[in-house]
Design a protein around this ligand. Structure first.
Ligand code: PGA
Length: 254
């Protein structure tokens, strides 16, 4: 199974924009089959109900971009996994670099969120990756190692099977820089090695590992097909249903 996940981020600000998006999405997906690809779209919370009503179906699943780690209570401004699930979300992005960077999320909090999602039987889309400075200082492996192991603290091997891993080099998110195929493949091997040491080879080989950061159709070979990734996490390009579903189609037919 391949995964094509769209992160709408803080976009589609007006109802008119959202309606345009739905119209284009429905138009583009009509008549297409995606038997080997799971398509997931992650809208802002305020649009969750609309997305579930308008585009969730056998071909498209819905996720959220963030959740809190508690189920309910006095946590002003937060949304719990079960609340998102009750509306129809099956996935949640966790540990996105924008949350780490602008909202100070650390590995400890990300770990609590991952465990809260697994408990609710939702699939965490667990993002990690090095910054440009870390890369420049030769710290890529070390950073990925600690982000993954600290993020998975206390997660059992059965929990591991519910997680989607997304390698997103921070310097490639929202920019137009992308790593080479070899660079991505090296990180994929590193991730499998970290997981094999912790959970055993059987679980490590089954782990779903995506690439994210400036994904576009024209570089899909470089960032996904050539390095043998299980799919992509797409930001800006997911705002255009034509481009987004074209990528899903290519992966599905590959
Ligand atoms: P981008 O975002 O595709 O706009 O670089 C990717 C992401 O944030 O997951």
């Amino acid at each position: 199974m391949k995964y094509v996940i769209g992160n709408i981020k803080m976009n589609l600000v007006s109802s008119a924009e959202m309606e345009r998006y739905f119209k284009a999405f429905k138009n583009e997906i009509k008549g297409k089959k995606f038997g080997k690809t799971e398509i997931v779209v992650c809208p802002p919370f305020v649009h969750l109900k609309d997305f579930v009503r308008e585009i969730k179906n056998k071909k498209v699943s819905i996720g959220v971009q963030n959740v809190f780690c508690e189920k309910s209570g006095s946590y002003t401004g937060e949304i719990s996994p079960v609340m998102a699930k009750n509306i129809g979300a099956e996935y949640s992005i966790v540990g996105h670099s924008e949350r780490r960077n602008y909202f100070g999320e650390n590995n400890k909090l990300i770990n609590l969120k991952i465990k809260a999602l697994i408990k609710e039987r939702m699939m965490p889309i667990f993002c990690f990756g090095e910054t440009l400075e870390e890369r420049g200082a030769g710290l890529t492996s070390q950073i990925i190692f600690s982000q993954i192991l600290e993020g998975l603290e206390g997660v059992s091997s059965s929990g591991l099977e519910k997680i989607i891993f997304a390698y997103e080099p921070v310097w490639a998110v929202g920019t137009d820089s992308v790593p080479t195929s070899n660079g991505i493949m090296e990180v994929k091997i590193l991730i499998r090695k970290i997981l094999a040491e912790r959970y055993g080879i059987k679980y490590s080989q089954k782990a779903v590992i995506l690439y994210g950061g400036s994904v576009k159709e024209k570089i899909l070979g470089q960032v996904c097909l050539d390095p043998g990734m299980d799919g992509v996490l797409i930001g800006r390009e997911s705002l255009d249903p034509h481009e987004f579903l074209k990528i899903a189609e290519i992966l599905n037919n590959y």
